[in-house]
Structures are given as structure tokens and as C-alpha cells.
Design a protein around this ligand. Structure first.
Ligand code: 13P
Ligand code: SF4
Length: 329
């Protein structure tokens, strides 16, 4: 696509904001797509929701709402748009569909999965329930609709402790992230039965890496996502969901910070926090990175890659997401 004078004029305000994150030469490639997508989404009454791990040209260039998984699910339930484009991974698009079954929900690349979501099936949850009769099941939103359909209440990293405590039981089955389960167990007296799922991005961080960075940057603040291994959380100054981490930086304005999470988040947040120096550990989520501007344009134009689920699964899975929203209120 051609970078015309008209496109340059229309997209310059966006580029002025994000020029520190994207070199000029790359912008000439992105700008025509940003221009077309922003035009088309208005014509089609579509809304673009983007997870915090999307790249800056998506996060700042075309997204109507960028957030963590919890806020994306809530926003999906409120939108008046006819079409929802989810710039994130498959479970996020499914959750948007559950919250809004009458809307068309599109995912620009159907292969955008998640190692946590693929670590467990509905059959696995049925087996766990048989082994632990009467014990409620709390599932992370990073799960398929089949797993959510077997779940009593969902949670995200932003509300996991609150959800577990709200059930008032001695034991809870907490799926599928073993590290998040350990984090929750450290914050509550409830006995946690966990599953061996891990996030392939966050499991790579180590406390040795953090201690090494602290040695060279004594004044640094280290903030980690609770999907990281327990040693990493213990070596950090703060743990929270992606939006919790963003809020920490915004409110504390540390001189230097290391966000122990997916790499694009530092690029996105640096733009709104120019006085903070970001030390970037570079672990990318290959699933999140499947979402690109050309795929978004194609999916919006042709309305392809629609999320389709049976009414039965929608009805069952939706309950667990609604219950999460109820407890959160
Ligand atoms: P949150 O945005 O809810 O913190 O989750 C992070 C994540 O794993 C998304 O892939
Ligand atoms: Fe899944 Fe981890 Fe990627 Fe998030 S960052 S989508 S949890 S693999």
C-alpha cells in the first residue's frame, strides 16, 4: 500500500505521539494500514479492542480500547458496536463473544493461541471435579470456552485472590496456571488444588536475571506479572496484572523500571511515561505477535475469522465469566 500525502497528513498526529517507538522507515509501511483500518471501522461500526501486549502501531494507532484481560472482557460486554475485532489471542476473542453473543467477534489470526489455554481441556476439568467432589473450580480467563463451561467462576490476574476468597470454602480447584496458583496460595488461607499449566513467556524469567539487573541498576524498580515463577515474584518490588503494572508506573513514576512481562508493553507504556527509563527484558509472546495490521485490515474488510460457538457452550461458559464480573463489582 502506498504512503500518500493524504495518508501522511491524516496519520501524522498518531506518528508524532509514537515516533520514539517506531522508526520513520517502518511508519511508511504501517501508516496506510492505520489510515484504512480507522476509516473502515467507522463505516462498519466496528470496535477494536487490544491487549496491552499488542505492538505500538496497534495499541496506539488503531485500538479504541487497550487493556488487560479483565477490562477487555468488561468492555466487550458494554460495546454498542456491531463488530468486535479482538487484537489479542483466541481465548480473549471467545470471552468477548461470551459476553456479547449477538455480536460478530473477529480474531485477525485464528492461530493466536496461548500455552496456558492449551494446557487443559474440558475433559481434564471433569476429571478433577470427579476427584474432588464439591470443591469449586476457579479458572483463569486464559482458558477455552469448553473449560469455562465446567468452571464455577473465572478470574484474571487482577482479581484472582479476591475471587478465591469470595467463595468462602476451605479448598478451591484453581486452573490452569501453576505459578498464578502459587501466587494466590501465598496471599490466602484457602487450600489450592492446581494444574501444571504455565505461560511460555513468563516462565522464562529468572530471579538470577533480576538480581543481575539490580546489581547494575541499584535504583531500579522491578515489577512482575503473577504468571512468573515464585522466585521471580519474590525478587520483585510489585506483582500485578498488566494494567496493575501500568498503573504502578503511572502513579510512582520510578526513575528506572523493569517490567517483567511481554516485551511490547514497555514500548507502549514508555510513550505515556517519557520521564521513566525502561530496562527491557525481551520475551515476546509468539501468539500475540501473530496479530498484524495487514491481518486486521483483511479481517475487518472481509469479516473473516469469526468466533463461533454452540449456544450450549455459550450459555454454560458465560455464567462463569458473569459470576466473575458480579464478584468484582
Ligand atoms: P492480564 O492482561 O490479565 O494481566 O493477562 C496477561 C496475559 O497473560 C495475557 O496474555
Ligand atoms: Fe498466553 Fe503467556 Fe502469551 Fe499471555 S503471554 S497469551 S499467557 S502465552
Amino acid at each position: 500500500m502506498e504512503f500518500t500525502a493524504e495518508i501522511k497528513k491524516a496519520t501524522d498526529p498518531i506518528y508524532n505521539k509514537i515516533s520514539k517507538a517506531i522508526p520513520d522507515i517502518e511508519w511508511t509501511f504501517h501508516a496506510p494500514y492505520i489510515y484504512e483500518i480507522n476509516k473502515l471501522k467507522k463505516e462498519k461500526n466496528a470496535v477494536i479492542l487490544a491487549h496491552n501486549y499488542q505492538t505500538p502501531e496497534i495499541y496506539h494507532g488503531i485500538s479504541d480500547f487497550s487493556a488487560d484481560s479483565l477490562a477487555l472482557a468488561i468492555e466487550a460486554s458494554k460495546t454498542k458496536a456491531d463488530i468486535i475485532i479482538m487484537c489479542g489471542v483466541h481465548f480473549m476473542a471467545e470471552t468477548a463473544k461470551l459476553m456479547n453473543p449477538k455480536k460478530k467477534v473477529l480474531l485477525p489470526d485464528m492461530k493466536a493461541g496461548c500455552s496456558l489455554s492449551s494446557s487443559i481441556t474440558g475433559d481434564d476439568v471433569r476429571m478433577l471435579k470427579r476427584k474432588n467432589p464439591g470443591v469449586p473450580v476457579v479458572s483463569y480467563v486464559n482458558t477455552s470456552a469448553d473449560v469455562k463451561a465446567e468452571t464455577d467462576v473465572c478470574c484474571t490476574s487482577a482479581n484472582a485472590v479476591k475471587i478465591v476468597n469470595s467463595l468462602g470454602t476451605k479448598k478451591v480447584i484453581f486452573l490452569p496456571d501453576d505459578y498464578l496458583a502459587k501466587y494466590v496460595a501465598s496471599q490466602t488461607n484457602v487450600e489450592i488444588i492446581s494444574w501444571k499449566g504455565t505461560c511460555e513467556v513468563h516462565e522464562q524469567f529468572t530471579d538470577t536475571e533480576i538480581n543481575e539487573i539490580r546489581k547494575n541498576n541499584p535504583d531500579i524498580k522491578v515489577i512482575a506479572h503473577p504468571e512468573c515463577p515464585p522466585d521471580v515474584i519474590n525478587a520483585s518490588d510489585f506483582a500485578g496484572s498488566t494494567s496493575g503494572m501500568i498503573k504502578y508506573v503511572k502513579e510512582n513514576q520510578p526513575k528506572k523500571v523493569m517490567m517483567v512481562t511481554e516485551c511490547s508493553m514497555s514500548d507502549n507504556i514508555q510513550i505515556d511515561n517519557p520521564n521513566v527509563e525502561f530496562i527491557r527484558p525481551c520475551n515476546l509472546c509468539p501468539h500475540m505477535k501473530r496479530i498484524t495490521l495487514p491481518k486486521i485490515l483483511d479481517c475487518l474488510k472481509n469479516e473473516t475469522n469469526e468466533i463461533v460457538m454452540s449456544e450450549d457452550i455459550i450459555r454454560k461458559a458465560r455464567k462463569s465469566v458473569e459470576k466473575m464480573a458480579e464478584i468484582g463489582r
